[in-house]
Design a protein around this ligand. Structure first.
Ligand SMILES: Cc1ncc(COP(=O)(O)O)c(C=O)c1O
Length: 481
């Protein structure tokens, strides 16, 4: 059944829209609200008369704004029942704020999933691990905390970073996302609040709320953390868990300074919050320089989540939790309620890689990402000079600010040209950010350059207010009739 939104509520959400001319400003504001999910798909909009009164504008302004919405695919009038919200790409564009890796057809450039192909040397590690597997086949194969050798080598990677860790503090999981689900299940029940940043890595929102925790979000400025705002939210909302990505935050690429880590940790201690530190991207430091200390070295209660997906390969499906000793039992018990351990073979592969010349693997990986990042930055500056972004010092993506709202419509338009991307609202746990687009530099340079060309074409179409007529979609990079 369709929902409806009152004129007063809509007037509050639309806020102080641009008035030159007013109908364009109002249409833009409504497109943003519909595009980023703050007004849901198939919601009945207020009557023109009610909205005119609530906004204090002329009736023509509202009539013309609704007409613009209908023409651009953001609304549909149903005879006798009113005007309902739509999205240019149909209901599948009503973002559920989770990124779905897809199997794309050849020629389509997939930039939804920010994940690179495996660096050299991975197949050899699999082959070597196969020779060790027979030794495990006589046992039951269940290792709820992980293979002891892998726990040990992961623990020593924290020692090397200046965070003393014993193997018993490590729980190996099937990826960092599964690790976050374990943490959410163990530490945040229905009475607890879970603080997420906006933007954030969307799949973590769902994972950390596995135990029923309630979502609270805090804006993260593209320029950095506002620790006064953090202090305010911690004091007022008292979240039990606070999700952080201090090392190459996804999607902004931000890195938290040591000073900020120390302050953040003090605030958490004062308000009994536990940091869940997602370090999935921490090894993707592309510009050298001394690394910051791990967040957990400032915050002994923090639970850290790690992943082999970004440093090695997503197909390994391995991650881990590094927990304070006092929480290990509780986390292991929660883990057993979800699964009984990660696959032995993949754990052997990762053990080989981490215990071998892992720096060589990382160096090859980083060199490739650095080259791709620099090529993407150059292509964006050349073809979309009025877009802005910070050049990230690591991680896998540019977080781009568009000169106007419209990322949702843009993603639909560029998909017709064979490029799949995730718009800002996908990264906003409670809506917003339709002025942003994440652009991962995880594919080879020619594909990145082609994607920028198609993006610039699509953006020109979106800005002109026209969209590609049905039946003229591009497939595999070719415009088909
Ligand atoms: C910040 C962050 N955390 C976790 C994950 C998921 O990691 P995994 O593949 O280990 O489950 C990702 C993947 O994109 C990520 O970006």
């Amino acid at each position: 059944m369709s929902q409806s939104i009152s004129a007063t509520r809509l007037a509050t959400l639309a806020g102080d829209f641009a008035r030159s001319p007013a109908y364009v400003g109002l249409a833009d504001a409504l497109r943003e609200l519909i595009g980023d999910g703050r007004i849901g798909y198939d919601t009945r909009l207020p009557s023109e008369r009610d909205l005119t009164a609530a906004l204090g504008v002329s009736r023509t302004t509202v009539t013309r704004a609704y007409a613009v919405l209908r023409e651009s695919g953001f609304a549909e009038a149903r005879h006798g029942s009113g005007t309902f919200t739509r999205l240019p790409g149909g209901p599948t564009r009503a973002y559920d704020r989770a990124l779905w890796p897809t199997d794309v057809t050849p020629g389509v450039i997939d930039l939804v999933c920010a994940a690179a192909t495996a660096p050299p040397g991975i197949a050899a590690a699999y082959a070597e691990a196969a020779t060790e597997l027979p030794a495990y086949l006589g046992g039951h194969g269940y290792y709820p905390a992980g293979l002891p050798d892998l726990q040990a080598v992961i623990a020593s990677s924290y020692d090397e970073r200046g965070l003393p860790t014993v193997p018993e503090q490590i729980i190996v999981t099937a990826g960092a996302l599964a690790a976050s689900a374990v943490v959410g299940c163990a530490l945040a029940g229905p009475r607890d609040r879970v603080l997420m940043e906006s933007p954030t890595y969307p799949n973590a929102v769902q994972a950390l709320r596995t135990g029923g925790g309630r979502l609270v979000s805090i804006p993260l400025d593209p320029e950095g953390w506002d620790l006064d705002a953090v202090a305010g939210v911690l004091a007022k909302r008292r979240p039990r868990l606070v999700h952080l990505m201090p090392d190459h935050h996804n999607p902004t690429g931000l890195v938290m300074s040591d000073e900020e880590r120390a302050t953040y940790a003090r605030l958490l201690a004062r308000h009994d919050g536990i940091a869940v530190v997602d370090e999935a991207h921490h090894s993707l430091r592309l510009d050298g320089g001394a690394a910051e200390r791990p967040f957990a070295s400032y915050s002994p209660d923090a639970v850290t989540v790690g992943s082999a997906s970004k440093s090695v390969w997503g197909g390994l499906r391995l991650g881990w939790i590094r927990a304070p000793r006092g929480l290990v039992d509780r986390l292991t018990r929660a883990r057993i309620g979800l699964d009984l351990g990660a696959p032995v073979f993949e754990q052997l592969v990762l053990t080989k890689l981490l215990a071998g010349d892992f720096d060589a693997v990382l160096t090859a990986h980083r060199d490739r990402l650095r080259q791709q990042r620099d090529a993407l930055v150059a292509a964006m500056e050349a073809q979309l000079p009025d877009w802005t972004f910070r050049r990230p010092s690591g991680g896998m993506a540019l977080w781009c600010r568009l000169p106007a709202t419209g990322a949702t419509a843009l993603v639909d338009e560029v998909e017709r040209r064979g490029v799949l991307m995730a718009p800002g609202p996908s990264f906003a746990p409670e809506g917003g950010l339709d002025r942003y687009l994440r652009f991962p530099y995880t594919v080879p340079v020619p594909q990145l350059e082609e994607a920028v060309t198609r993006l610039a074409e699509a953006w020109a179409v979106v800005r002109s207010g026209t969209t590609t007529p049905p039946g003229r979609e591009r497939q595999g990079g070719v415009l088909v009739a």
